[in-house]
Design a protein around this ligand. Structure first.
Ligand SMILES: Cc1ncc(COP(=O)(O)O)c(C=O)c1O
Length: 454
C-alpha cells in the first residue's frame, strides 16, 4: 500500500512501542496480550487522533487552508489535539464543544482539555447537547468564507477517509513490528467511537493480507440495561469478567547446569543396574528374550487369544443372523440381541486386557523406571518457588541429597502440602516434556500448563 500518494505532515512520534501486558495477561490467565502504545504518539500528550491529523492537516495545507474548524464533546481529546497542531502550524482554530454529559462540575466545563484548548489559542463555541454539529460547523465555515478566509473542516474524531489513513499506516507499522519480532497475533481489539481508527485498521490489515481480524469495542453506546422482573424498572447490567484466582506462588524450574546434567545421567546408570540386579529387564533385553523364545506372546497366551477371536467371530455371526433391530422385533428377539451383545463386550474386554498386558510389560522395563527416576531427580533439584514476601526463590524440595529430597517429596504428599498439590502434576508434565523434547519453546510449555489448568 502506497500511502505516500496522499498529502501528509510528519509530527507523530512513530513508531509507537508494542509492549507485552504481562500483568494483565497473568491476571486473566492468558491469552498473551500486547498493547500498541498509541498514547505515545506525541502532540499535546498524545492519543489516537495524532495519526489521523497527519493526513488531515496534510490535506488542509495542500488546500491552503488558514482556518481549521472541528467539533467534539466538552472534554474531547480529538479537539485538544486538533487545536494543538493548528497552533503549531500557525492556523486559526475554531472549535464547537457540545455539552453532552450535562455535568455542571466547573472542572469538567473549564479544566483539563478545555484549559489546554484555550492555552493553545482556540476560539471556543459552546453549544447545548443535541445541536446538529455538522451543520453548525458549516455555518461557521460559511461566515469565514464570506470574510475571505479559507476554512478546512475536520469532522468529529477526525474520522473520514482522509483521517482513517492514519490507522491504515498504523496497521502497516504494527505488521512490520510483528514480523520483526516473529510475533503471531490472532486478534486486534480496539476502542471505537467515530470509527476512523477501526476502519483504518481494517483496511491496513486487509491490505497487508495479515489475516488479523479486528474487534471494535464501542465507547459511545449507552450502558446495557435489563428490566428487573420484580420492580419492573430498568437497571444497568453489571458486566463482570471471571478472573482466574491468582496463585500466591511463582514457580520456577531452573535449567540444569553441566554438573547437574552429569549427576542426573549418573542416576540413570545407577538405577538401570539396580533394576537389572532385581531381575527387571531393559526393553532391548525383553525384546531379545521374546525373539529367542519365538514371538512376543507365550504359547499359552497365544492359544487363548486365538480362542477369544474365534468366540468373537461366532457371536458376530449370530448377531448378523438376527438382522438389524426393527420396530416389529419381538421381546424374545430383543432379549437375544441384548444377550449376544453382552457376551461380545466381555470377549472384547478379555482381548484388550490380554493384549495390553504385553504393552504394560514394556512399561515396566528398567529403562522406563530409570527415566522416571531421572525426571524425579530434576524436579527435586531444580524446582523453586517464590511468594511476593520472599526476596529470592527457594527450593520446593529442600534436602542434602537425592534421598533426603525424596523424603521431603513424600512428606509433602502425605501432609497435603498446598504448594505441592498445586504444582505436582504440572511439574511432572513440564519436566517430562522438557526431558523428552528436542528443543522445546516457551509457548509449548505455556500450552501444557494451560491444558493442565483447564
Ligand atoms: C483513546 C481512544 N481510543 C479510541 C477511540 C476511538 O477512536 P475513533 O473515534 O477513531 O473510533 C477514542 C475516541 O473516542 C479514544 O479516545
Amino acid at each position: 500500500m502506497h500511502l505516500s500518494r496522499f498529502p501528509r505532515l510528519h509530527f507523530s512520534h512513530l513508531p509507537t512501542p508494542l509492549e507485552p501486558l504481562e500483568n494483565l495477561t497473568k491476571l486473566l490467565g492468558g491469552p498473551k496480550i500486547f498493547i500498541k502504545r498509541d498514547d505515545c504518539t506525541g502532540l499535546a500528550t498524545g492519543g489516537n487522533k495524532t495519526r489521523k491529523l497527519e493526513f488531515l492537516m496534510g490535506e488542509a495545507q495542500q488546500k491552503k487552508a488558514d482556518t481549521i474548524i472541528t467539533q467534539g464533546a466538552t472534554q474531547s481529546n480529538h479537539v485538544r489535539q486538533t487545536v494543538a497542531i493548528s497552533s503549531k502550524l500557525g492556523l486559526r482554530c475554531e472549535v464547537l464543544l457540545e455539552h453532552r454529559t450535562g455535568s455542571e462540575d466547573p472542572d469538567y466545563l473549564e479544566n483539563g482539555n478545555v484549559l489546554l484548548d484555550r492555552l493553545f489559542g482556540a476560539n471556543i463555541h459552546s453549544v447545548p447537547a443535541g445541536t446538529d454539529m455538522d451543520a453548525a460547523m458549516q455555518d461557521i465555515a460559511d461566515d469565514f468564507r464570506k470574510n475571505g478566509a479559507n476554512p478546512y473542516i475536520i469532522p468529529g474524531g477526525g474520522s473520514n477517509p482522509t483521517g482513517a489513513l492514519g490507522y491504515v499506516n498504523c496497521a502497516m507499522e504494527l505488521v512490520g513490528q510483528l514480523n520483526d519480532r516473529s510475533l503471531k497475533i490472532d486478534h486486534l481489539v480496539t476502542a471505537t467511537g467515530s470509527a476512523g481508527t477501526q476502519s483504518g485498521l481494517v483496511v491496513g490489515l486487509e491490505g497487508t493480507r495479515s489475516g488479523i481480524p479486528v474487534l471494535g469495542i464501542c465507547v459511545n453506546a449507552d450502558k446495557e440495561k435489563r428490566k428487573n422482573e420484580e420492580t419492573g424498572k430498568e437497571e444497568e447490567v453489571e458486566v463482570s469478567k471471571k478472573v482466574k484466582k491468582e496463585s500466591p506462588y511463582e514457580v520456577i524450574f531452573k535449567e540444569p547446569n553441566r554438573r547437574q546434567l552429569e549427576e542426573a545421567d549418573m542416576e540413570y546408570s545407577i538405577e538401570i543396574s539396580r533394576c537389572i540386579k532385581k531381575g527387571i529387564l531393559t526393553k532391548a533385553m525383553l525384546a531379545k528374550k521374546y525373539s529367542d523364545t519365538g514371538g512376543l506372546l507365550t504359547e499359552k497366551d497365544a492359544e487363548r487369544l486365538v480362542d477369544l477371536y474365534g468366540e468373537l467371530a461366532e457371536l458376530e455371526s449370530q448377531m448378523a443372523k438376527l438382522g438389524a433391530p426393527s420396530k416389529s422385533q419381538t421381546d424374545k428377539e430383543d432379549n437375544r440381541i441384548k444377550n449376544i451383545g453382552g457376551k461380545m463386550a466381555l470377549v472384547r474386554r478379555d482381548i484388550v486386557a490380554l493384549e495390553s498386558s504385553y504393552q504394560s510389560l514394556f512399561n515396566h522395563t528398567a529403562d522406563i523406571k530409570s527415566q522416571n527416576r531421572v525426571i524425579l531427580w530434576y524436579i527435586l533439584h531444580l524446582s523453586y518457588f517464590k511468594t511476593s514476601e520472599m526476596k529470592k526463590p527457594e527450593l520446593i524440595f529442600p534436602g542434602n541429597d537425592f534421598d533426603d529430597k525424596t523424603d521431603t517429596y513424600y512428606a509433602k504428599d502425605e501432609n497435603d502440602d498446598e504448594l505441592f498439590r498445586l504444582v505436582q502434576s504440572k511439574l511432572a508434565a513440564v519436566v517430562s516434556y522438557w526431558y523428552f523434547s528436542d528443543s522445546p519453546e516457551k509457548d509449548d510449555f505455556d500450552k501444557i500448563i494451560d491444558d493442565l489448568s483447564a
